[in-house]
Design a protein around this ligand. Structure first.
Ligand SMILES: *Cc1c(COP(=O)(O)O)cnc(C)c1O
Length: 391
């Protein structure tokens, strides 16, 4: 008999009843150190008092009105994002997948309005993940994601990551955009070299192609800059955001330059919930903290501390781990043994990590994790690794 919850997930037998900062408390009372943050979502930890206050204050006033009316909370959050980033304009969604949908539509519409309706192709990269909608699975086009789901949305080309000559050869008079994650998350915490991002930017400039960055996982302070592309000294034309921006409230956004967004006029896109007062009030409370230079400096300091300790962990468990990868507090441990076994051993040691491709376990802690919690994380990961190597 089919379970009452559609069985599309392989779930761990854990039932968290409560969260406090970096801690998740199981129904049975066990306290787990959360290095997953609900997959890079809870950037300020669980039940953060500032976010709870923003949410409850707005909840007592107004949750939802639809985009038929002006929404001051949405306006304020858009103004903040425009002030803090390359963007001139913002559309609010509820998830990363929806941000991907709009990014694709926006890029194609831009060329259509510019008199080049044949420019519809979007270049993506092996190992990428952009979501689960029909556009997002066509973008990635792995058998695992697309098999059995019927005709794919046409117009996507997948290339090896990091091969600029392959990209140059693939950009034609049909190309609309290049879409890339500055750091692949699901793909295994693969950092795209700054030089490759710079080369893509130059190629896009030379060919009138739009650069779409997917910062759904690596954005919102995760790497120690508000957005990861800032490290490379480039800006995108369109950027997909979600996960961390709501701090746990479902919220996403597409940020764009005025030029890239110029085709998106009234009636060309919409969302019932996107940008509702509740989500935007919480998003504003998140950004008020995360966009502060002092906060980002702390993320960088703690990232250095965690990374240094992880290098030590890898050195003392070469039979379990072989590499630390990533940037900021978006870190991965490449495993020698099966990553899923390491994640499971972590559960036994009461520490939460998240598996990714390339046999990596991801560490995506709340950005306000403390130094003591970092030390505790290493102790628990060490216990998990010891258990794994003991078999
Ligand atoms: C999670 C993720 C998405 C999809 O976001 P959802 O909110 O799950 O739809 C898209 N791109 C990247 C890079 C992601 O990590």
């Amino acid at each position: 008999m089919i379970p009452s919850v559609l069985p599309t997930y392989a779930r761990a037998p854990l039932h968290f009843a409560k969260g406090e900062g970096t801690w998740l408390i199981e129904e049975d009372g066990r306290r787990f150190l959360d290095l997953g943050s609900g997959i890079a979502v809870n950037v300020l930890g669980h039940a953060n008092p500032g976010l709870v206050a923003a949410l409850t204050e707005q909840a007592g006033k107004l949750w939802h009105v639809s985009n038929l009316y002006e929404i001051p909370q949405q306006q304020a959050l858009a103004d903040k994002l425009v002030a803090e980033t390359f963007a001139d304009t913002v559309f609010f969604t509820n998830s990363g997948t929806e941000s991907c949908e709009l990014a694709v539509k926006m890029a194609r519409k831009y060329h259509y309005e510019a008199g080049a309706p044949e420019r519809v192709e979007i270049i993506t990269f092996h190992g990428a993940f952009h979501g689960r909608s029909s556009a997002a699975i066509a973008a990635v086009n792995t058998e695992k994601m697309v098999k059995g789901f019927g005709p794919l949305l046409p117009g996507f080309v997948q290339l090896p990551l990091g091969d600029i000559d392959a990209v140059k050869a693939a950009v034609t008079d049909k190309t609309a955009a290049i879409m890339i994650e500055p750091i692949q998350g699901e793909g295994g915490i693969t950092v795209v070299p700054d030089a490759f991002l710079k080369d893509l930017r130059a190629l896009c400039d030379a060919t009138g192609t739009l650069l779409i960055l997917d910062e759904v996982q690596c954005g919102v302070g995760r790497t120690g800059r508000l957005f990861a592309h800032e490290w490379a000294g480039i800006t995108p034309d369109i950027m997909m955001v979600a996960k961390g921006i709501g701090g746990g409230f479902p919220l996403g956004a597409v940020l764009a330059s005025e030029g890239a967004a110029s085709g998106m006029t009234a009636g060309t896109h919409g969302s019932t919930y996107g940008g509702n007062p509740l989500g935007c009030a919480v998003g504003m409370a998140v950004l008020d903290v995360v966009a502060e230079p002092e906060f980002l400096a702390e993320v960088n300091r703690k990232a250095g501390l965690l990374r240094q300790k992880l290098e030590g962990l890898v050195a003392s468990h070469p039979e379990v781990f072989c590499e630390v990868r990533g940037q900021g507090l978006m870190l991965g441990l490449k495993c020698v043994t099966a990553n899923t076994e390491v994640v499971k051993a972590g559960y036994a040691a009461e520490v939460i990590t998240v598996p990714a491709a390339e046999n990596v376990i991801r560490l995506l802690p709340p950005l306000n994790i403390t130094d003591d919690e970092i030390a505790e994380a290493i102790a628990r990961l060490d216990a998990a690794a010891t258990a794994v190597s003991a078999g």
